[in-house]
Design a protein around this ligand. Structure first.
Ligand code: PLP
Length: 393
């Protein structure tokens, strides 16, 4: 009898719908490798180089021999720099014992969820949401309960639905502000209502803030800044987006020290420390902000204006103007073509790769997520191609 390979139930829980979102992206990459003229706007990794001062800092650290094991929660210099950075963007005070360093925000988020949730408990997540959340929560065995952020409300959360979603099994809320894919920045009022619910029902609040420094209008508010919330919040952040360091894999959690101690233990048994030369570069990046960071933000804003300006003139398309981040949501419902088909045909006929936003949640049905990840001339070309395709429907 043939033996059947057996895997843990976790392997099933981490393979969700989210993976379909990348189908268009994977096809686009394959075509580009074959030499086709493809404009890749399907992934959140812009064409900006990591600022040279950060690269130099890393090389110096390597040359100085910083190639050994490091402290599990992160080296003191980096934890201190992160605490100061978090304090400055949230307007709070923060001490290094609240900080644990991870391999990017993704790894930090996974760790926080694993340390907070047990099987069959519930976590409330507004959708549209970043596609990996489902699998991360699946890994913990907890149940994800979604709350809509309807397109008609500018993708802001339905707060009544939020309150109604709470059950005796609810343990936590997971927010992402500014949001990927919508670019929405949650208001102080929205965060206050959600924080009050957390107090009333004794819930943790996990907040993914990887786009916090890329806000074009309005102001990023961290829930950790609201009265009493630092003691029940886990803030997730990284250098990936703010410092064009996606490939360096450097992120962190900011949480109450008691949770930080558990996160440190998880770091020990999961990755055993982040490379010291990367931590040195990260500490430098946060202590002396490279001039390129402001330029990255200004360029993303100019790209947003270009894409929104161009696509809002195309008949059949409607553009939501993001307040932050690196994506524009384009409503294609008036064309009568479902978003997946639209994105798929657009790639085939015009060589532009964007993601059907349905994969981010039901509220994004009929939308495309266009990444502001390529330079302006290339984005203008992509807009021409999108207009030509839309005109041909
Ligand atoms: C909302 C959100 N959270 C987390 C991540 C992962 O970030 P990191 O590269 O720091 O792991 C991304 C990456 O696109 C993201 O958009």
């Amino acid at each position: 009898m043939a033996s059947r390979m057996r895997f843990s139930s976790l392997t099933e829980r981490i393979s969700g719908e989210g993976s379909r979102a990348w189908e268009i992206h994977v096809r686009a990459i394959a075509r580009r490798r074959r030499g086709d003229d493809i404009i890749l706007l399907s992934i959140g990794d812009p064409d900006f180089a990591t600022p040279p001062s950060i690269v130099d800092g890393c090389i110096e650290s390597l040359k100085a021999g910083n190639t050994h094991y490091t402290a599990m929660a992160g080296e003191p210099a980096l934890r201190g720099a992160i605490a100061r950075f978090h304090a400055s963007i949230s307007g709070t005070t923060c001490t290094p014992d609240r900080v644990v360093v991870f391999h990017g925000a993704q790894n930090a988020l996974f760790s926080a969820v694993i340390c907070l949730l047990d099987r069959d408990e519930e976590i409330i997540v507004p959708e549209p949401m970043y596609v990996t959340y489902e699998a991360v929560i699946g890994a913990s065995g907890a149940r994800m309960v979604t709350v809509p952020c309807p397109a008609e409300s500018g993708f802001h959360p339905d707060l009544d639905a939020f309150a109604a979603a709470i059950t005796p099994r609810t343990r936590a809320v997971l927010l992402n502000t500014p949001n990927n894919p919508t670019g929405v920045v949650l208001t102080r009022n929205e965060l206050s209502v959600i924080s009050d619910l957390c107090h009333q029902h004794d819930l943790w609040l996990i907040c993914d803030e990887v786009y916090a420094t890329l806000v074009f209008e309005g102001q990023h508010v961290s829930p950790a800044a609201l009265a009493g919330m630092a003691e029940r919040s886990v803030i997730i952040n990284s250098l990936s987006k703010s410092h064009a360091m996606t490939g360096w894999r450097l992120g962190w959690t900011v949480s109450p020290p008691e949770l930080a101690a558990h996160l440190e233990t998880l770091a020990l048994c999961m990755h055993y420390g982040c490379p010291g030369f990367i931590q040195d570069a990260g500490a430098m990046a946060l202590s002396r902000e490279p001039v390129e960071c402001a330029a990255i933000k200004a360029e993303l804003r100019a790209r947003r204006d270009l894409v929104c300006g161009r696509l809002s003139r195309v008949r059949g398309l409607r553009c939501s103007r993001p307040e932050a981040g690196m994506f524009v949501m384009v409503d294609v419902r008036d064309t009568g073509i479902p978003a997946f088909e639209f994105a798929s045909d657009l790639l085939e006929t015009e060589g532009v790769a964007v993601l059907p936003a349905d994969a981010f949640g039901a509220s994004a049905r009929g939308h495309l997520r266009v990444g502001l990840t390529s330079h302006r001339a290339s984005l203008a070309d992509a807009c021409d191609r999108i207009e030509r395709y839309t005109g041909s429907i």
